[in-house]
Design a protein around this ligand. Structure first.
Ligand code: FAD
Length: 571
């Protein structure tokens, strides 16, 4: 990998900014003042981020085909689904992280890694500007720039505070390993301080009031872990504090886990209530102060001031500054995440791809495809289809939009299914006929209810894998000098070389504490209870990125079963 280090003369990059660039036979994208050297002739790929999306892309990419560089302020991968377990000491932080260099080496990849934060993407010049965020960086040499031919943006997201006052100052977040460690330490501090002799009951109760804001999967799992830690382990060590502990879960929606099947959501609410976790649904948080949170119960308008010893904020995802800035450049400033097409290409920005939490596919409306398919199927153009033709059309729609099944089967889609039934009428000639206009109306409703893909590790990992395969094929085609036409798009004239990305939903877990979990499977299946918790253990053990972390995680779980959670604090 021939690399030239130089100082950019270009004013746009700033004097003194270190520019790193490698060979490129196409100089048209380079910033002024930067020339290229002869070299490998390989296209330069820069991957921003070492999370689920970035990692999956790297693991599946044939790195001999490109000059690949990875930039991330984190030189390790975190298995985020086990972060709540770190807060309670069920697993050790070390057990869920894998150094990125180890992953790269074990895969025999030809990849360079730079531990730095990308602070700007210059889409016009195809350059990313990065900053060394380490404490040991040499003075005056904090920033450098990298050129790319292809950029994969996989920087994830931040926690969304919705601009609520006091959240950044007083709340814990649960996004990173250090967040989980800080929460763990804070829980222990609350118990130790509450045990001091000079405090009265009110002080103790305030210190041992734990508040979780956000009733989504992360908030619920954290509340469950906290409950288990306190009632299974800590209260054995601090029995005198038994009557002073209170856990409150504050949720703005009408139910917790409201993206899950209703049966899971109800079960979780009942279980929490039974176990003494105060579930406050339908509440709007007004602000957080040092030691108290203010919220309003929407139904009654009642204002509540709840004192806390520790508060965790977990209410969905927000945009990273580097992504906001990039979106402003490419005309996407009105969005929360980058808009991509179904091939994960960032809209209005050639050569860039967005995967994971920082991007979402702007889905074409199904009704457009359905209309087109009807046109194809309805040869007589009579405005109606036979049931057989209808089934054929639906089969094509299903293949193209696998999510449609999930949404159709959800409770709230039952009305739409009723509409579909109305659309099918008795025709003449003894066969059933479909009224296309009615059907299109029904499908329009499906369109409006179809949500964008969830921001999960599952989606990010599948997108990374898909994109890597596209890159592998792309390079192979150039190498073999062939340009296959590839599968045809259903609608429109253009042929695409690759099938669009299709998300395969494999279901979602919700650990609920007390060795019980819920699992929502694709379709209308739900599994809840102890056996589901064992399924959770096996799936998450199998999903670990290395045998090292797999062994450590299984060891931690075993240790917990025999000796309880690790509640020691080492400052
Ligand atoms: P991330 O995995 O967040 O990775 C982003 C990467 O970008 C990181 O390496 C980061 O350091 C890097 N980065 C950040 N800024 C920059 C920058 N400026 N320049 C360069 N690099 C940058 N999903 C599930 O499917 N199942 C679960 O059980 C589950 N549990 C979760 C529990 C918790 C506590 C959390 C926080 C999330 C959970 N998720 C779960 C969601 C899942 O973790 C995310 O959807 C997933 O991490 C998204 O992957 P990503 O690659 O987009 O981002």
């Amino acid at each position: 990998f021939p690399v030239v280090l130089g100082f950019a003369a270009s004013g746009c990059l700033g004097t003194g900014l270190l520019v790193v660039f490698a060979d490129d036979h196409n100089t048209s994208h380079n910033p002024p003042g930067i020339s290229n050297t002869a070299g490998t002739g390989k296209k330069k790929v820069i991957v921003l981020g070492t999370g689920w999306g970035g990692m999956s892309f790297l693991k599946n990419l044939d790195s001999t085909l490109y000059d690949v560089r990875v930039v991330s302020p984190r030189n390790y991968f975190v298995f985020t689904p086990l972060l709540p377990s770190v807060t309670s000491g069920s697993v050790e932080a070390r057990s869920i992280v894998e150094p990125i260099r180890r992953i790269i080496r074990s895969k025999g990849k030809h990849v360079q890694f730079h531990e730095a934060e990308c602070i700007k993407i210059d889409a016009a010049k195809k350059v990313v500007i990065c900053k060394d965020v380490s404490k040991v960086r040499p003075k005056g040499k904090e920033e450098f720039a990298l050129q790319y031919d292809y950029l994969v943006v996989a920087v994830g997201a931040t926690t969304n505070t919705f601009g609520t006052k006091g959240v950044r100052e007083y709340c814990h977040f649960l996004k990173e390993v250090y967040d989980a460690e800080k929460i763990k330490e804070s829980i222990q501090n609350c118990f130790e301080s509450a045990s001091l002799p000079h405090l009265n009951k009110e002080d103790r109760q305030k210190l041992l009031s734990f508040v979780v804001v956000g009733g989504g999967p992360t908030g619920v799992e954290f509340a469950a872990e906290l409950h288990d830690l306190i009632y299974d382990d800590l209260l054995n060590l601090y029995p005198h504090l038994h009557n002073d502990v209170k856990i409150t879960l504050v949720q703005s929606g009408d139910h917790i886990l409201n993206t899950y099947d209703e049966r899971i959501s109800k079960y979780a609410e009942q279980k929490f209530t039974r176990e003494g976790i105060h579930v406050k649904t339908g509440c709007r948080v007004l602000g957080v102060q040092d030691g108290a949170i203010d919220f309003k119960i929407k139904s009654s308008g009642q204002l509540v001031n709840l004192p806390y010893g520790m508060i965790v904020w977990s209410t969905g995802i927000g945009t990273r500054p580097v992504v906001s800035d990039f979106m402003n450049q490419i005309g996407q400033s009105d969005r929360r995440v980058l808009a991509t097409d179904e091939w994960l290409r960032i809209k209005n920005c050639h050569g860039t791809f967005g995967i994971g939490d920082c991007a979402s596919i702007e889905q074409r409306r199904i009704v457009e495809d359905v209309s087109y398919l009807f046109k194809l199927a309805d040869k007589s153009n009579s405005g109606s289809l036979t049931i057989e033709e209808f089934v054929e059309v639906m089969e094509q729609v299903r293949q193209r939009y696998p999510q449609i099944d999930i949404y159709m089967e959800r409770q709230h889609m039952r009305g739409v299914l009723g509409l579909l039934a109305d659309a099918v009428k008795d025709g003449n000639r003894g066969s059933m006929q479909l009224d296309i206009e009615n059907f299109k109306q029904a499908i329009s409703k499906v369109d409006s209810q179809m949500k964008s893909m969830p921001a999960t590790a599952q989606v990010a990992a599948q997108q990374g894998e898909y994109l890597a395969h596209c890159f592998n094929h792309m390079a192979a085609e150039v190498h073999d000098n062939i340009a296959p036409e590839g599968p045809m798009r259903i609608r429109g004239k253009g042929r695409h070389r690759f099938q669009p990305f299709q998300y395969r939903h494999l279901g979602q877990f919700a650990p609920l504490g007390g060795e019980k979990a819920a699992y929502e499977l694709p379709g209308d299946w739900v599994s809840i209870g102890r056996s589901t918790q064992w399924l959770w253990y096996s799936v998450y053990a199998s999903k670990q990125v290395s045998w090292r972390t797999r062994t450590l995680v299984v060891f931690d779980w075993t240790k917990k079963m025999f000796f309880g959670r690790d509640s020691s604090r080492i400052d």
